[in-house]
Write a protein that binds this ligand. Sequence first.
Ligand code: ADP
Length: 609
Amino acid sequence: MTALELVSLLTQAIYVLIFVLVTWTALRRRTRTSVDIALFFGAIATAIVESRIVTTFGLSQVELITDIVTLLVIAMPYLLLRLVDDFSDVPAVVSRLAEAGVVLSAIAFVVTVGTVPPPILIAIVIYFAALSTYSAVAFVLAGRRSAGVTRRRLQAVAAGTVLLGVAILVAGFAPLLPASLAGLPTGLTQVLALASAIAYFIGFAPPQILRRAWQEPELRSFLRRAASLPRMPDTRSIVHALQDGAGSTLGARAAIGLFDPETNTLRFQDPHGVLPSEIGQSDYLAWRVFETQHAEYYPDAARAHPALASAYRTRGVRSLLIAPISAANQRLGALEAYTDHQPVFSEDDLDLVRLLADQAAVILESRALIDEAARVQAHEEAARLKEDFISAAAHDLKTPLTTLVAQAQFLERRAETQPSAPADLPGLQRIVREGRRLSALVLELLDASRLEQGKLVGEREPVDLVELARDVARRDSYEGRQITVVADAPVVGSYDPRRIGQVLENLVENAVKYSPEESEVRIVIAHRNGEAFIDVTDRGIGIPAGDLPQMFQRFHRGTNVDDRRFAGMGLGLFICKGIVEQHGGRVSVESREGAGSTFKVVLPMETTR
Ligand code: ADP
């Protein structure tokens, strides 16, 4: 056997192998495209097998069979064009020309009984070349539109088509060459044919290992993008990012529907406006896939789902690939990919959609776990706070209560032993003072718990903050200290006067408590751009810089505050912040340790009701 014969045998073996493989695919999943591919290679394989049988057994060529084979070969470029038409729209005029070409070539062969005159032969070869070129270009363009395995396969198919076209061109022109060059085209044709066979094999029947290798980069880039997704702020943003990622990986548009067990529906946030936002147990394709848990390819979306046909048409959706999103027996939703053309290799695209859906499931599951962990943490935090709260409250209530009980017992004993002695006024005053302190602490605790329930602020009414501040400054709860109120004009807004008064009183009490006896405490009130500004300033111990960020947190007390010297629970500022925020305002503090503090309250001056 010569080298050329070996090449020829190899080429033929590959073409027959491709035919067997694509026929198997077409039998398993009958789509127009898979049948057209099988037809195309059927034509080639028949021609090859016939010529092999004839040469191997030295049979004389049977006229009829030879004619059938010739006709099949003539039909090849037309079959290729049919295939192109399956996934991109071949203009009607090109189709008609191709059909006319097949018919005319066939007539020419039949009429001339196989010995076609050179001009007609040239015309037929040119027709072959033109159709092959057209198809090759169409495959290249389809490749550009696709992604992953499909893209690579289409590139291989385009290469195979070009090589086959050139091989036919060379073979077709061979009879026209002078006898001295006769050997050249045969060798060239054989080599080109072998190259086209290999390219077609890679394109139409690539081995699994090659598909996996082609899939990897796409998947890897999707995973790279996806790695940070579970940490996004909410599931909605994750779904959006997943849709974008899946879309660009697939070279299509994608939408994800998440299962909502409460309504028993799939909820879509389809950015392309094709799907309704909620899909229930109707005959919607996504629901079908979700229920059966089987990925599906719908070549003609409008036909598969007539109710959405007009939406599909207006938004340029031709076919659909849908895969279920599930993780460990848990059905989470479905991933839909829309394409404006039919995928040539639907099984590969469907494979990719399946893989992406699996990845989406992993990401959504991680997110659910993160949420669950956060819920557990919040629960533990709440339990810890409750414990803190109880122990802080118990501790702070105990001190005045002990004084109160001791003082009362002393008075009781005194009354028993010296019934006629005059009343111990300082002792009684101490009882009243500690009783008041106790009652203030209990009120603080109640306020903090009301604040949690959002029930702290009551009816609002027009309030002049300047007048209110003067009123608060006049109260006698500041150890006789002078409080200065500075304001140019009334500052009126709609507030709960009792609660805003409480804020002012608390800030002034703190200013007094944490500053030396003789130092000044002042309230400055002003307004600007529809907002009221209240500053409470003292020249006291100040707040260490490290404490400032936590100053308004529940139970937080400055590290420069000695519990025995300054009584308190660390709830006052927390309550002030809550009251101000429930009025739509904000609080802040500026302070330097040892130099004093200014607590700043800003309240909106809404129109009074
Ligand atoms: P309490 O005064 O009962 O501890 P607050 O919530 O009113 O609770 O205040 C929390 C902490 O903020 C105080 O313990 C103190 O450390 C600090 N603080 C509040 N006001 C002042 C102030 N005017 N000067 C210095 N530190 C202050």
